[in-house]
Structure formats: structure tokens, C-alpha cells
Design a protein around this ligand. Structure first.
Ligand code: ADP
Length: 167
């Protein structure tokens, strides 16, 4: 059985992420969306439980996709499965350098681990979780950026942040 791992911080999951997950689910028998806990990125807006819950709701209708979480290195997580392939989205040249480096590190830890890249869909090349967080913090409309199932939750969380920071 072919298996893809789509890793990331998903803070929150966006339509760009979902586009990659959906396309991977057509290529592989099974896709595991792995929400990484120990991201080196700044303090997340959503807790790990909130991110997992949102991702689960969003992929509910994709029968061969499941959501997992891991606190550690992706290359270690991948050892849990036989022949898992990492699938990532490639938005722009700026993604390439980082991903190339990550791939080399992953290979050092787990030499059999392969990474495949799907080019971002044209309409989502600009989209990232940080763009969504920024837009939400200013009360902007999120339709077309995050899946409709989680729009209210993202808006509510952003409002709490806004009120807390006195914006
Ligand atoms: P972000 O960069 O949005 O904070 P993550 O760290 O959660 O997202 O990224 C997880 C994976 O999803 C990465 O491989 C990233 O390249 C990919 N990805 C994120 N946004 C998009 C998008 N708009 N289109 C395609 N792939 C994306």
C-alpha cells in the first residue's frame, strides 16, 4: 500500500494545504496529514488539539486521509510506516531552498525516506497560514483562503488575539 505523509504546522489548515492533500490522496492509497508539534516557527495561534480538530473536520470527506500529530523529527515519524513518502507543496523559489535543506537532513536521519513535491495550484501560490493569521487578525474575510468548515473558528480565535493585544 502506498502511503504519503503531508507534514506541516497547519496553523491553521488552509485551502492551499487542502489542495495538496486532495491531490496526494488521488495518487497514494493512503495519506496521513501529520501536524508537527515542535515546529521552530513562532508561538502558534492554535493549540495542537485545535489544529488537529480543524484538520480532521476538513478532511472528513476524503476517505483515505487521516490526521496524526507528532512531537519530534519528521524523519523519525516516517519510520513508523513501511515505504512512506513525504509529500509537500512547493509554492515558489523561496520554498525550494528550505525544502532542499530539510530533505538533506531527513535523508541523513532516515536514508530511505523520499520526498515528493507537488507544485502549488496557481490560485494558492500566495497562500500561507501566516497570511491567514494576518488577515484574520484584521478581521478580513477568509472565504477562499481557509475551508468553510473552519472560517468561524479562525475568526473567533483571531478576535480573541486582537482583543488581547489591544488592536
Ligand atoms: P505554512 O507555510 O502555510 O505555514 P506549513 O508549515 O503548515 O504551512 O506547510 C506545510 C506544507 O504545506 C509545506 O509543504 C508547504 O509548502 C505546503 N503549503 C502550505 N501552503 C501551501 C499552498 N498555498 N500551496 C501549496 N502548498 C502549500
Amino acid at each position: 500500500m502506498s502511503l504519503a505523509i503531508c507534514p506541516g504546522s497547519f496553523d491553521p489548515i488552509t485551502l492551499g494545504h487542502l489542495n495538496i492533500i486532495r491531490r496526494a490522496s488521488k495518487i497514494f492509497d493512503k495519506v496521513v496529514v501529520c501536524i508537527m508539534v515542535n515546529s521552530t516557527k513562532m508561538t502558534p495561534m492554535f493549540s495542537i488539539d485545535e489544529r488537529v480538530d480543524m484538520a480532521k473536520r476538513v478532511v472528513e470527506r476524503l476517505p483515505n486521509v487521516e490526521v496524526d500529530t507528532f512531537d519530534g523529527l519528521l524523519a523519525e515519524y516516517a519510520k513508523k510506516y513501511d515505504d512512506a513518502v513525504i509529500v509537500k507543496g512547493m509554492r515558489a523559489a523561496s520554498d525550494f531552498e528550505y525544502e532542499f535543506q530539510m530533505n538533506l537532513i531527513n535523508k541523513k536521519i532516515n536514508p530511505d525516506l523520499e520526498t515528493m513535491f507537488l507544485t502549488a495550484s496557481e490560485k494558492y501560490t500566495f497562500l500561507s497560514s501566516s497570511v491567514v493569521r494576518e488577515m484574520a487578525s484584521y478581521g478580513a474575510e477568509l472565504t477562499g483562503f481557509v475551508p468553510c468548515e473552519i472560517i468561524d473558528e479562525v475568526k473567533n480565535k483571531a478576535k480573541i488575539w486582537r482583543d488581547r493585544n489591544g488592536k
